[in-house]
Design a protein around this ligand. Structure first.
Ligand code: SF4
Length: 370
């Protein structure tokens, strides 16, 4: 399968957010030139390229907006030479509100960016400080105005829910403030405590660092009600979009499409084999500098893996999963509980069902693997 999607990992962040276990490189000054040159080396070393136009290019991180307007333009230029974007390609950059100014937006648009994913997380300054975010809530409005005023109509806003009750964060108020900014797309992330993060250390010393399971469910379902009432389609477990504005890049992951991953920690998939690069920036950089493929590992999907992925990914979205006649009795309790619907021989989870996705995915996978 020729790749239709390209992911570029830009690892630089000003500091590590308290919940973050992503592959990042904390830098006060971003080595844009060095990074772009290394990315070019990776494309050469791996002899990557395709004549088939790609549908999406996604600069994720880390904080790609910290590359600066010129750095972003050079990355897109570099990638586009090897993977020409289709005329209607979706080209996304993840950005922190701090970096979204009218000048930056204008430069990104000139470079071809037509979608921005904005890491907002909350409008509560106390919660933002606890999360180690670099922006405050006032900055978010400025960023939203810069995007709309600069002609980037397709943008997404990230929010984190299930924060510890001790912070006193008002989730309903945050959802309302997000809706008031009218982003075409909103992504939700429930706080989880990952190893080697600041909040994992705080938990070890006995601090409350996450909401309860009840709070998780209550906040998730509140967002579902408020956002769908405001006209958003809840099209995937964590994602809401105005009609027609679902993330095309992320959809590629959920449908098993092939994609290329560039940069430290980036994963790629060719339809059969998944590969991933060296996770740490220095290790990735050193490998490409001496002309080595920066691969750290690969995995050929077994039949069992493939079944598990098809089931799990199918259940994640409103596209649903084709249901076999022999599975109808198995999913009846889910339908009766209001956690799923079955129409046109497909099962689709409801919002309350998505809270139990892992359980159904595991049992259906087991049935299909017998
Ligand atoms: S900005 Fe994003 S990638 Fe960087 S530390 Fe924070 S959550 Fe992690």
């Amino acid at each position: 399968m020729p790749p239709r999607h390209v992911y570029v990992h830009v690892p630089f962040c000003a500091r590590r957010c308290s919940y973050c276990d992503f592959a990042i490189a904390v830098r006060s000054r971003v080595p844009s030139d060095e990074y772009v040159a290394a990315l070019g080396r990776e494309l050469e070393v791996r002899a990557l390229g395709s004549e088939h136009p790609v549908d999406t290019i996604y600069l994720g991180g880390g904080t790609p907006s910290r590359l600066g307007p010129q750095g972003v333009a050079r990355v897109i230029d570099l990638v586009s030479h090897r993977f020409p974007p289709a005329a209607d390609a979706e080209i996304t950059i993840e950005a922190n509100p701090d970096d979204v100014t009218p000048d930056a937006v204008a430069a990104w648009r000139t470079a071809g960016v037509n979608r921005v994913s904005l890491g907002v997380q909350s409008f509560d300054d106390n919660a933002l400080a606890w999360m180690h975010r670099t922006h405050d809530s006032a900055r978010v409005g400025d960023a939203a105005r810069a995007l709309s005023g600069g002609g980037i109509d397709n943008w997404s806003l990230d929010l984190i829910f299930a924060l510890p009750a001790t912070l006193g964060r008002d989730w309903a108020a945050d959802v309302e403030r997000a809706i008031a900014l009218a982003p075409p797309h909103i992504s939700l992330y429930g706080l989880t405590v990952e190893a080697h993060t600041p909040i994992a250390r705080w938990r070890e010393r006995g601090d409350a660092v996450e909401g309860t399971e009840d709070a998780y469910e209550i906040e998730y379902l509140h967002a579902d009600r408020a956002l769908t009432a405001a006209g958003y389609e809840h099209y995937e477990v964590s994602n809401f979009g105005r009609p027609g504005l679902a993330s095309r890049h992320n959809r590629s992951y959920w449908t098993g499409a092939s994609y290329v991953g560039l940069g430290p920690a980036a994963h790629g998939f060719d339809g059969a084999v998944r590969r991933w690069n060296e996770r740490e920036y220095a290790a990735w950089f050193d490998r490409v500098a001496v002309g080595d493929d920066p691969i750290a590992g690969l995995e050929t999907l077994s039949d069992e893996n493939r079944v598990a992925e098809q089931v799990y990914l199918g259940l994640r979205t409103t596209d649903g999963l084709p249901l076999r006649a022999s599975e109808c009795a198995h999913v009846d309790p889910w339908v009766n509980a209001g956690w799923a619907t079955v129409t046109d021989e497909r099962i689709r989870l409801t919002s309350t069902g998505w809270l139990r996705l892992d359980t159904l995915a595991a049992s259906l996978t087991m049935l299909r693997s017998r």
